[in-house]
Design a protein. Structure first.
Lengths: 113, 112
């Protein structure tokens, strides 16, 4: 099972602040993902990366940006947070070709006031 | 349809079997998965099945796949209160894309 970590677990901030959500994995997985989970439970892919210096936008348009400078690290940044960004953000990684099972971090619950 | 569909809610008594159903979108999807999410936590991979299989059993979990009807089910035998959670099915490779498409989630409530 992959070890994947997210910090902070909970974040309450004011509108207009810049924030970075951290995600790290220790399994050497090439592929990493960010999902946004709304209160209705559905998960929406917002960013993914297939390796260092590779980032792509997902299905759901997001004002956030990501970077992948190191294999183990995939941070997500919001330059100016708004109440509409309030959500649960889940990070995942996968490393087994073919099966492609994804392992998830515990999530960051973001509330923007 | 475009969405991976699941019933929103299922309630069972402790000790009974639970069956959670899923209709996915693309018969060419290569792998199908079941994830469990407990309150305030991320998703935990429970099991997966390759598309050329009909059934997979793993302890209390049985996955059935009907590729013709694009129907996937998860049966939990001897359901316990600790099984209360949201269950997501997911498919890999829908529409030829290299991504997971998740279902809408089924909330399982286990009552004493």
């Amino acid at each position: 099972e992959a070890d994947i970590y997210q910090t902070p677990r909970y974040l309450v901030i004011g509108t207009g602040k810049k924030i970075t959500l951290e995600c790290s994995q220790t399994m050497g997985h090439d592929k990493m993902y960010w999902y946004q989970q709304d209160p209705g439970m559905e998960l929406h892919l917002i960013h993914y990366s297939y390796g260092v210096n590779s980032t792509e936008k997902g299905d759901l348009s997001s004002e956030s940006t990501v970077s992948r400078i190191r294999t183990e690290h995939f941070p997500l940044t919001l330059e100016s947070a708004r109440p509409s960004h309030t959500s649960q953000y889940l990070c995942a990684s996968s490393g087994r070709p073919g099966v492609n099972e994804q392992f998830f971090g515990p999530g960051t619950r973001l509330t923007v006031l | 349809g475009e969405d991976v569909e699941q019933s929103l809610f299922l309630s069972v008594r402790e000790g009974d079997s639970s069956v959670i159903n899923c209709t996915y979108t693309d018969s060419s999807s290569t792998y199908l998965y079941w994830y469990k999410q407990e309150p305030g936590a991320g998703l935990q991979l429970l099991t997966y099945i390759f598309s050329n299989m009909d059934m997979k059993q793993d302890q209390r979990l049985t996955v059935l796949l009907n590729k013709k009807d694009k129907h996937l089910s998860l049966r939990i035998a001897d359901t316990q209160t600790g099984d209360s959670a949201i269950y997501f099915c997911a498919e890999w490779g829908a529409g030829g894309g290299n991504k997971l498409t998740f279902g809408t989630g089924t909330q399982l409530k286990v009552e004493l």
